[in-house]
Design a protein around this ligand. Structure first.
Ligand code: SAM
Ligand code: DTB
Ligand code: SF4
Length: 331
């Protein structure tokens, strides 16, 4: 969707925007299902990158210590427990700049993926930068979706990260799409960005070809020791607005109400579901930060009459739209 159209929508009175989002939601999603995804950090901390929001960067004293890649059996235990608690997608994250085919650590990840896939869960990984060979190997091992966020606008990105570029992020996303995996790509609100940056981010994401299968919208969880530790909390109405815009601009994507739910009331979360969110991270922990308890999430879903979505490993990656490039169009 073009920037000008996003801007027009953004300027609508809140209830009008929500009404439009609701209409789009209802015409694309016949049920009231919510996708439950469980995160596990399989390799925590010590990351070479300088993402200024992240507790796992080795550059900041956030109190998160660098750990080694978890053992396969431990990961499987957590995946089985996640399945047991009703989760259908298991998302494994690693604090790496990227992975390279032929290395021991990449082989270990492939081995873990094969066994998690055998549990009949949707398997998502987020390992940083990928080349074509790595993307193909992950797909063959059983990964269904790859999470790689663009996080903010191309213009604001260099203020947030300097050790890799926005274009590097897009290149990885291209490799993921070419390998036939679904793309999970979203961003963070609260990075000191302007409204224009949020709209630009959505412009880029909504023009991906094929469109992303899921879009995580995170609200910054300020991490002590990071440059953004003192940023002010994201306003719940702003978050709901962005979710509504995401729903309208990518109608077929699962829009995930992601990091930052611990700061939201049940009512604010309900507003976000109404605006078009139909996916959450489920489980008491995100990667290093806390998430609402499973029991309180189940209670909230039940109060709202929302159901957990069943797993679907057969979900194909979204089909390409004809003739639309994956690159940010000029403003
Ligand atoms: N290293 C990989 C990468 O950068 O893609 C994967 C892990 S990284 C932690 C995954 C995403 O988590 C980031 O792109 C960002 O959107 C989100 N994230 C990280 N720290 C966050 C924070 N403090 N608050 C909100 N979202 C955060
Ligand atoms: C995403 O968009 N959010 C998740 C997942 N993808 C990997 C991560 C949120 C991390 C929140 C901060 C933490 O746990 O350290
Ligand atoms: Fe590393 Fe990812 Fe954190 Fe950036 S967001 S510092 S790449 S773990």
């Amino acid at each position: 969707m073009r920037y000008a159209d996003l801007e027009k929508l953004y300027k609508l009175p809140f209830f009008e925007l929500l009404q439009q989002a609701r209409k789009v939601h209802e015409s694309h999603w016949s049920d009231s299902s919510v996708q439950l995804c469980t995160l596990l950090s399989i390799k925590t901390g010590g990351c070479s990158e300088d993402c200024s929001y992240c507790a796992q960067s080795a550059r900041y004293n956030s109190g998160i210590e660098a750990e080694r890649l978890m053992e396969k059996e431990q990961v499987l235990e957590r995946a089985r427990a996640a399945k047991e608690s009703g989760s259908t997608r298991f998302c494994m994250g690693a604090a790496w700049r990227g992975v390279r085919a032929g290395t021991q650590r990449f082989e270990s990840v492939l081995e873990i993926v094969r066994e998690v896939a055998a549990l009949d869960m949707e398997v998502c990984v987020t390992l940083g930068e990928l080349g074509a060979a790595e993307a193909t190997a992950l797909r063959q091992a059983g990964v269904t979706a790859y999470n790689h966020n663009i996080d903010t606008s191309p213009e604001h990105y260099p203020n947030i990260v300097t050790t890799h570029s926005f274009q590097d992020r897009l290149n990885t996303i291209r490799n993921v799409q070419d390998a036939g995996m679904s793309v999970c790509c979203g961003g963070i609100l609260g990075l000191g960005e302007e409204i224009e940056d949020r709209l630009r981010m959505l412009e880029v994401i909504s023009e991906f070809n094929p469109p992303p299968e899921s879009i995580p919208i995170n609200a910054l969880m300020p991490m002590p020791g990071t440059p953004l530790a003192d940023n002010k909390p994201v306003d719940a109405f702003e978050l709901a607005r962005l979710i509504a815009l995401t729903r309208i601009s990518v109608p077929g994507a699962r829009v995930r109400l992601s990091a930052g739910r611990t700061r939201l009331s049940d009512e604010a979360q309900a507003l976000c579901f109404f605006a078009g969110a139909n996916s959450i991270f489920y489980g008491d922990k995100l990667l290093t930060a806390t998430n609402p308890a499973v029991q309180s999430d189940l209670a909230l879903l039940s109060k709202l009459g929302l159901e957990a979505k069943p797993a679907d490993r057969s979900t194909p990656a979204p089909c390409p739209r004809p003739e639309r490039p994956l690159s940010p169009s000029p403003k």
